[in-house]
Design a binder for this molecule. Structure first.
Ligand code: AMP
Length: 283
């Protein structure tokens, strides 16, 4: 069932009083990564809601909000094929009225702690995680899920959402699902659509760097600078590296040495498309 209004979702949610409900928040242009979250939700829950919403308030003014791929018909079809009960695809107006830019003049919003946003993607995407937390909390309030499903692909996002849920006592359990990759190693992303065939090949460098860091860690190297330096031989003038970090995977704290709880995270532009990826060193 395809629903566009908050009231319609609430009506159906009320009828599911005694059922376990799962929410999979997405921005659409669904791919196998999203489908893995839906599959996990189907395993755990009686009813599954997928939201498809390109959230204006998490995009900066010079980011790709306008050109972000919007493929609702195909997304709805995929959701139907995969047993989703509700696809919730609201308009920006339905979600925010007229306040479609992040502004504390017009909107009450959720502002995650500086420690978590002042690094990795948050460093260059000012206000991004405020926008993410605000929309996710709104979606939680609308769908009132027992479980919500997020991908490790957006590792910083998942840590921040868990922190928000804990700090604000939101009654939902967060389930994190592993990264789905192409056979080549490229992490699936809706933004891969922006890449040319050549760019897709250049983009493989992200997963190669991460895999190599993990291999070096497994050989016994735990010096973080040394691990990060292994990346340089992969980078060419086609790669505009934004960050490469090794941090604690649960807290995003810096570590003295890499250990089994470490995560290596990378953001790099290829053909001016901003790509992110990460790997757990201990799994
Ligand atoms: P998005 O539509 O990009 O906002 O992503 C919606 C959800 O799907 C987020 O929780 C992402 O982390 C997750 N996701 C995106 N790509 C992947 C992937 N390749 N593997 C697993 N989960 C993913």
């Amino acid at each position: 069932m395809l629903l566009h209004t908050i009231d319609d979702v609430r009506k159906i949610r009320k009828e599911w009083k005694n059922l376990k409900v799962g929410l999979v928040p997405t921005m659409g242009a669904l791919h196998a990564g999203h489908l893995s979250l839906i599959k996990k939700a189907k395993e755990i829950c009686d009813k599954v809601i997928v939201s498809v919403f390109v959230n204006p308030i998490q995009f900066g003014p010079s980011e790709d909000f306008d050109k972000y791929p919007r493929t609702l018909d195909k997304d709805y079809e995929l959701c139907n094929e995969n047993g989703v009960d509700i696809v919730f695809a609201p308009s920006p107006k339905e979600m925010y009225g007229d306040g479609q830019r992040l502004s504390n003049d017009t909107l009450t919003y959720v502002c995650p702690p500086f420690f978590y946003v002042n690094k990795l993607c948050g460093k260059t995407r000012t206000g991004h995680f405020d926008g993410v937390c605000t929309v996710v909390l709104k979606l939680f309030n609308i769908a009132q899920p027992d479980y919500a499903f997020f991908g490790q692909k957006d590792a910083q996002q998942a840590v921040i959402i868990r922190k928000m849920v804990k700090d604000l006592n939101v009654p939902v359990e967060i389930i994190q699902c592993p990264i789905v990759r192409e056979e080549s190693g490229l992490a699936l992303s809706s933004r891969n659509k922006y890449l040319s065939e050549e760019g897709k090949k250049d983009a493989l460098v992200l997963s190669k760097i991460l895999k190599n860091i993990k291999a070096c860690f497994e050989k016994g190297i735990d010096d973080i600078t040394a691990l990060k330096e292994t990346a340089y031989s992969y980078l060419t003038d086609k790669h505009d590296l934004e960050y490469l970090e090794i941090l604690d995977k649960d807290t995003l704290h810096e570590q003295e040495k890499a250990d089994k709880n470490s995560i290596a995270l990378i953001a790099c532009r290829v053909e001016n498309v901003r790509l992110i990826d990460n790997i757990y060193l201990g799994e």
